[in-house]
Design a protein around this ligand. Structure first.
Ligand code: CA
Length: 235
């Protein structure tokens, strides 16, 4: 809501595949971001010297240099924006390499645009001071003490349940796919693991929703889950 009054976040997109770059640029721009595009590593770095970007989306396979090299140069700058890496499917070594070199997040091609968008938003929010308390309706999460209350009553959550709830809270009113939840909470490859999300969501619902008339966790058909105070998820 208040986003409209702020200057649009600026994103540098370094990607040599024109089709993907055009698609991402159009999508991001229609979601209110200002986007500059560099077709290779050198152009990307040049643009970085000219402008302070809020976020960099970086493809690892570039024609003129390894994306990791670009990442290192970004990390050596005084103003170093968060970096979201894009990589070809299955490159698990890339993922590890990227994170070791200071990437903030990682997305494997092919990906759904909504997934990229959610990660971009999460990374941009991460740059803001972390609130000590997250809340939705009468559900309150005290991040410093790792405590959760609903309707003034303490709720006992297992660590993974807490992590999923925190992720949902930080992305409230946004649908999160099972894959995103797995990758965020378990920090591993998601193949074959997404069913586990349903199991944990069931546990979470039994602890924070079942006894209350207003449900907070909503199933978003075809995508995953969303935390919202209004039941408009079409469950
Ligand atoms: Ca490429």
């Amino acid at each position: 809501m208040s986003d409209a009054t702020q200057k649009p976040a600026s994103i540098l997109l370094v990607e040599d595949e024109k089709r993907i770059a055009d698609f991402l640029q159009r999508g991001l721009e229609s979601n209110g971001f200002s986007v500059e595009h560099g077709l290779d590593g050198a152009t990307g770095l040049e643009k970085l010297h000219e402008t302070d970007f809020d976020l960099v989306i970086l493809d690892l396979m570039l024609p003129d240099m390894d994306g990791i090299e670009v990442l290192e140069k970004i990390r050596n700058r005084k103003v170093s924006p968060p970096v979201l890496i894009l990589s070809a499917r299955g490159g698990i070594d890339d993922r590890v390499r990227g994170l070791e070199h200071g990437a903030d997040d990682y997305l494997v091609k092919p990906f759904a645009f909504v997934e990229l968008l959610a990660r971009v938003r999460a990374l941009l929010r991460r740059g803001l001071p972390t609130p000590e308390r997250l809340s939705i309706g009468d559900l309150v999460m005290d991040c410093a003490r790792r405590r959760v209350q609903r309707g003034g009553e303490g709720v006992d959550l297992a660590p993974k349940e807490y992590a999923i709830l925190e992720y949902l809270l930080r992305n409230r009113s946004r649908p999160l796919s099972r894959t995103m939840i797995v990758e965020h909470v378990w920090d591993m490859e998601y193949d074959g693991l997404t069913n586990i999300v349903d199991v944990y969501i069931r546990h979470l619902r039994s602890k924070i929703d079942d006894r209350f008339p207003v449900k907070l966790i909503h199933t978003v058909r075809g995508i995953g889950y969303m935390l919202d105070i209004n039941d408009k998820a079409g469950e």
